[in-house]
Design a protein around this ligand. Sequence first.
Ligand code: AGP
Length: 637
Amino acid sequence: MKKIICMCGIVAVTGYKKALPLLINGLEKLEYRGYDSAGIAVINPDTKNIICNKAEGKLTNLLNNISNKHIHGTVGIGHTRWATHGKPEVKNAHPHIDSSGKVAVVQNGIIENYQELKDKLEKEGIRFNSDTDTEVIPHLIQKELLALNKLNLEKNGSTLLVALRNVISDLEGSYALAVLWADAPDSLVVARKQAPLIIGLGEGEFICASDTPAIANFTKIILPLEDEEIALLTPLGIEIYDSNNERQYRNPIHLHVSEQVIDKKDYKHYMLKEIYDQPDTAKYWIEKFLFKDSKTGQYQIDYPFDTEFFESIERIEIVACGTSKHAAMVGSFLLEQFSGIPTNVFYASEFRYSPPPLLPNTLTIGVTQSGETADTIAAINMEIKRRSSMSDEKYKPNLVAITNRMESSIGRQISNIIDIGAGVEIGVAATKTFFAQLLSFYGLAIKFAQIKGTQNNEIINQLISELTKLPPLIEELLEKHNKTSEKLAHDFFNIKDVIFLGRGINYPIALEGALKLKEISYIHAAGYPAGEMKHGPIALLDKKVPVISIATPGVVFDKVISNAQEAKARDSYLIGIAPECKGTEIFDYLMMIPETNEWISPLLAIVPLQLLSYHIAAHRGLDVDQPRNLAKSVTVE
Ligand code: AGP
């Protein structure tokens, strides 16, 4: 089956104000979710027709298209698309409209059985205009509306709601949908299943979107739609129904301050700004989660779960994707080596289809900055399901989620949650959220070490004391390496391959350094545990392939230096992420980091690597914040 996969951002408004500026503002804030094409549809209040406009490529192309058009309706929908199959062409851009031109739909997600539905509709004489899965939806809704018309139902939002409810019962897959019907010109119907959708409540108007930044300028009061809910919105109010068609009533919630701030300040790109946010990320963690016990004078970690929760845990499994997986790998190292708890990390996408055998007293941690990554959420759900079915208490699910988005699907689903509080991250390449995820794991490792007694107080205090010194240390690193990495970028922006080496706690940092470089500069980069080089990858080395080696004093320092020597002997240019100390003189170029306790070295080593990747991509003139083929939250499997 040819699969059209779309992650995308959707926005929809109804109310008394002109819809277009709200839609555009929302789409600008959602462009990080996909930028292959964009489109809007608004109901013309005079003619009761749908005005639809779409453009291939970034939102700016759509803006050029509509700049001298008068689109003045108050009800509309918009979409920004990310596709992996099917070319990003105008015909595949959303909104999609049925043959009568009266129903318009935007969708985020994937309709898995679309081909079957499409074949059926085509046999009935419906002509399709796109290659997308989404287009079946407006055609199916129109068919339902015709059937409902025969039952003499009024042409209003409630009828559209019934039609959409009937249609979604035939849809397989995941979706967030917003639907317009020209015959119910003040109504909007929205629905979600395994894809996020949040309703922002204004005065006499509502805006729905895939993510809070699209809503933040409009209102601070939101109502996230729960899974499998459907809602009718008109300027007069909202009706929400669950999958059993029961009307739902619940209180709205307030947006976090951090959810509202999306300001590039004077930085050229969000990514650079977000790298520079990291001293504040550290301050936030220290202020929010570290406190001194007044009786013992001992620092404690203030995570929102009780001591008993930690006591019962004998092993840990972590599921995550991409950068979050790299943070989890550092976490796993800390949890095993510092706290003595056996820990395994899994790609969420692999865990889903080959989960390990169930073991008792296991803590499952899901790490996802967006809180929406489909594979991570599905892996967590699968674990909840298989553990909940066990009769023995020891096998029951124990869950923790680490996320940056408390309003996200994972944030609402899991009660033991560590809010990394990094503030909205717009650059597609994760930087400050990685840093914040690392800090969360330091907190967990300290908590487990205290409760299990695997480290003495002196060692724990020493680690905590090092963590409290982070904000000025990171500031110094930024100061020092912004310029040095810009200079290095000038020399290296044309390279084709880069190898990143690290060992022990810094092996995941080598992986993360390589991921950062490849995703924004499109230069091939690979991270290896330094000791593995001689088992194959060393064959790649010559003078055209620079090697970046993370060498921080500690257990494996001498080994890392020897591995770097081996690379040098193959003519590679050697860049060291290391302190200035005996051994590091072998590097052709030293990106100096201070000599600290080895446990915290990943938090320092990552900063020059982020800056170097940023400057190489910027020097190549690339779209750093929105690299090709990527999107910020991967809401499809
Ligand atoms: C990070 O730079 C990536 N763009 C990507 O690997 C990301 O970390 C991954 O998709 C997981 O996202 P999440 O943390 O929102 O789950």
